[in-house]
Design a protein around this ligand. Structure first.
Ligand code: FAD
Length: 322
């Protein structure tokens, strides 16, 4: 195998613990963690991974990610240096996938450019927000996306329209296709800077009151089922406050799992399996994960399924699981 350190100009770390790269603070080491200098550097390391059949995944700020305790035998790529640019042209915005969403919102507010306020308090990068179609009941990023430049493993760059991206509720094609979002073109509108600032502050205040932000977490664990709220179902099934080791269903918000210290991925998965079994039993609704498992959705379902087999009628895990 060619030494990847000879391929990349940017920072490439071996055996990099993933926990500090996620907001849940969970996850063993990635075999390689790369921060390419620019798009050419990214293209070079991606070509190397493709050539050497090394699995790879882009990461933003890890605010929606659950990483395995055993780590990841592959390459994790961050765009924080290659594409963190933010350029306004009136109400049109070109933004790199590695830019922090909070910075984009702050710059837009200062310029009196409105349209992103619904994303106030959503942690993460622009790339992560695009992949997740991040948003709230008041709006999602898809509604302002004109186009996204994506890098294919072949090294080709394509421009995908909002239609190409097939946005849905907390999903789009960036989750299913093996591509990396490089940048996005967003169309916003003119607004009043003071009014935008007030709106942002009110939204952030509300989050501080209603979300358990003092503990590491990954936001909502489950998607809201049509016409209902996952938090309401979890609470009504009596799961609020349940614990597995240091992983806890937050007493303040039942759709959050918080890490009270040294929680492991397996503890989070066990808690998710117990919750899903109990909610199904009590309400008939099957919850669908919103959180992304680093190894992909099929691997997550397989892992959850194994834990679910060990869950008794009392909602307690009796089998070994995992
Ligand atoms: C306290 C808290 C509150 C939250 N509130 C909300 C909320 O209100 N609404 C909401 O929608 N989400 C919310 N989230 C979840 C999370 O912040 C969003 O999903 C966010 O958009 C993820 O961005 P990220 O950069 O952290 O992505 P990551 O967690 O790093 O990655 C998420 C997914 O995106 C992929 N990805 C990342 N970058 C790229 C790229 N450049 N190209 C292709 N794929 C990429 C990753 O591979 C992964 O599959 C919350 C999280 C927390 C911790």
């Amino acid at each position: 195998m060619t030494d990847p350190h000879r391929v990349m100009r940017g920072k490439l770390q071996d055996s990099r613990p993933l926990a500090p790269l996620t907001t849940l603070r969970i996850g063993g080491p990635a075999r390689w963690y790369g921060i390419p200098e620019d798009e050419d550097d990214l293209r070079a390391i991606l070509a190397w991974a493709t050539e050497e059949a090394v699995p790879w995944r882009p990461i933003g700020l890890g605010s929606n990610l659950l990483c395995p305790d055993e780590g990841y035998d592959g390459l994790i790529l961050s765009l924080e240096r290659a594409r963190a640019d933010v350029v306004f042209e009136g109400t049109r915005l070109w933004v790199g996938a590695g830019a922090h969403l909070s910075r984009v919102l702050a710059l837009a507010a200062r310029r009196g450019v409105t349209g992103l306020e619904a994303l106030a308090g959503v942690p993460g990068s622009v790339g992560g927000a695009l992949a997740m179609n991040a948003g709230t009941a008041q709006g999602q990023i898809a509604s302002v996306v004109q186009a996204v430049r994506v890098l294919l493993p072949t090294g080709a760059v394509e421009s995908w329209s909002a239609e190409d991206l097939q946005f849905g509720y907390r999903t789009c094609r960036l989750q299913t296709d093996a591509v990396i979002a490089l940048s996005a073109e967003l169309q916003l509108s003119a607004g009043d800077p003071a009014a935008i600032q007030r709106d942002l502050r009110a939204r952030l205040d509300r989050r501080r009151r209603t979300q358990p932000l003092q503990w590491p977490n990954a936001g909502s664990i489950w998607r809201n089922p049509p016409g209902d709220y996952a938090a309401r179902l979890i609470e009504s099934a009596g799961c609020k406050g349940w614990r597995e080791g240091d992983a806890e269903i937050a007493p303040l918000h039942a759709n959050f799992i918080v890490n009270r210290g040294c929680a492991t991925a397996d503890q989070v998965l066990a808690l998710m399996a117990r919750t899903r079994c109990m909610v199904r039993r009590r309400t008939g609704v099957r919850l669908d994960p919103e959180i992304r498992w680093l190894l992909g959705p099929e691997a997550l379902e397989a892992r959850l399924g194994r834990f679910e087999k060990g869950v008794g009628a009392d909602g307690v895990l009796h089998g070994p699981g995992g």
